[in-house]
Design a protein around this ligand. Sequence first.
Ligand code: HEC
Ligand code: HEC
Length: 418
Amino acid sequence: MLFRGKPGSRGEPCLSVGFEILATTISLLLTAMLAGCGGSSGGAGSGADSSLEQIAAVSLSPVAKLGEKIFKDRSLSASGKLACATCHNPDNAHAPANDLAVQMGGPDLMTPGFRAAPSLRYLDLTPAFSIAKDGKVTGGFDRDGRAQSLAVQAARPLLAPHEMANASAGDVVNRLKQTSYAKEFSQVFGSSALDNPDTALDRMTFALQQYQKEDPDFHPYDSKYDQFLAGKVKLSSAELRGLALFNNPNQGNCAACHTSKKGADGSAPLFTDFTFDNIGVPRNPDIPATADATYFDLGLCGPDRTDLTERTNLCGAFKVPSLRNVATRKVFFHNGRFKNLRDALGFYVRRDTNPEEWYPAAADGTVMKFNDLPDRYKANVNTTEMPYNRTRSLAPALSTPEIDDVIQFLGTLTDGYQ
Ligand code: HEC
Ligand code: HEC
């Protein structure tokens, strides 16, 4: 079994609730005073004008400002070369700017990761992980939902041997003590904040969380589609055709999981319903771990997650990602198997009509469908809902010109439309 990070890094934070409430109150007060909209309520898609956004940008709480410095600081990694912002590049919708299936980390940047690095945009409204009585799985952070909050999540990359590769909380905090903002850290969190490594790491990850929640750069709601929903711009006819195909339950049916309509409260759509599904993405030989034929990334049921290994019906399911900014992504799906939207969408609609396009052939010539799952879990793949309910004898749910229209529409989900 591959070693995948320190078990201790996945624990609950020891942060006291009282402290969290205090910091949140301060940040809310500041935000309210400045009439900004940088709080975590961004769902309204207010389409605020740029002057308001500038006010919001300077209205980050002191905790969040510290979080921004930590987020961008390469000196907090063992290599001295990796910051959160390296893999979650603010100039590429907080996702990698390169097209590697997995990023390289570790002390010498020679250790490959296991999953494609996701965009960090529009995560602030993600609900906590839960499994409902009917078995529906929702929420949480990371592609398997294993982190209960952004703060819990943030400890993992700092400690993971294939990412920032600190050996311990003490190691992280020793690096923090060397930074130009160590003094500011003590001013914000108290003069003894750096004394205990575990407490200091909890404060750091809390600051990283507040930065991601408060800074409107992570959720600007200023795509062409947002402006279209606000009645400010028109979509082209190809974009409108794409939107209709995306929504149509008998064609793309994409909106069944990638929500495209405003919420009942007028909140802007996030293009995810936060659920999980198994869509049978092909194995990606570009991930070095796959050289071991017994290695499988099964999402909800492990190996990164360890609490649901018995729930074998969940094996192979991954979180539905938001499709906001999807046109800026360089690799797609949890294993980065596809490098462009045309292939990602072609896979969706021709997975079952033309499986030989996506999966390799066995020695006897049969197509190894769903080859990134052990045989016993292949029945978990969604084969009932559009667009996955096809067979070889049926037409794909979308034709090639229709795929082009959906791609045009997905292009309207990129932030920063002028
Ligand atoms: C070497 C690249 C790399 C670095 C550095 C890195 N991450 Fe990530 N990040 C990833 C990968 C890969 C995942 C997906 C992990 C998974 O699903 O198990 C991820 C997932 C996340 C998620 C969850 C996103 C979601 O959709 O639920 C958040 C939040 C996040 N990272 C924040 C951070 C923060 C904060 C830092 C800095 C402390 C950081 N990352 C550093 C690669 C990186
Ligand atoms: C039944 C739920 C469901 C439906 C319907 C659905 N998706 Fe998805 N989508 C997912 C899940 C789950 C993933 C993540 C799978 C993974 O990482 O293995 C995903 C991932 C994606 C990605 C990759 C995004 C990224 O950042 O890597 C794209 C693109 C995408 N979907 C587009 C579409 C389009 C277009 C449609 C309609 C043709 C559609 N989806 C229909 C559940 C769904």
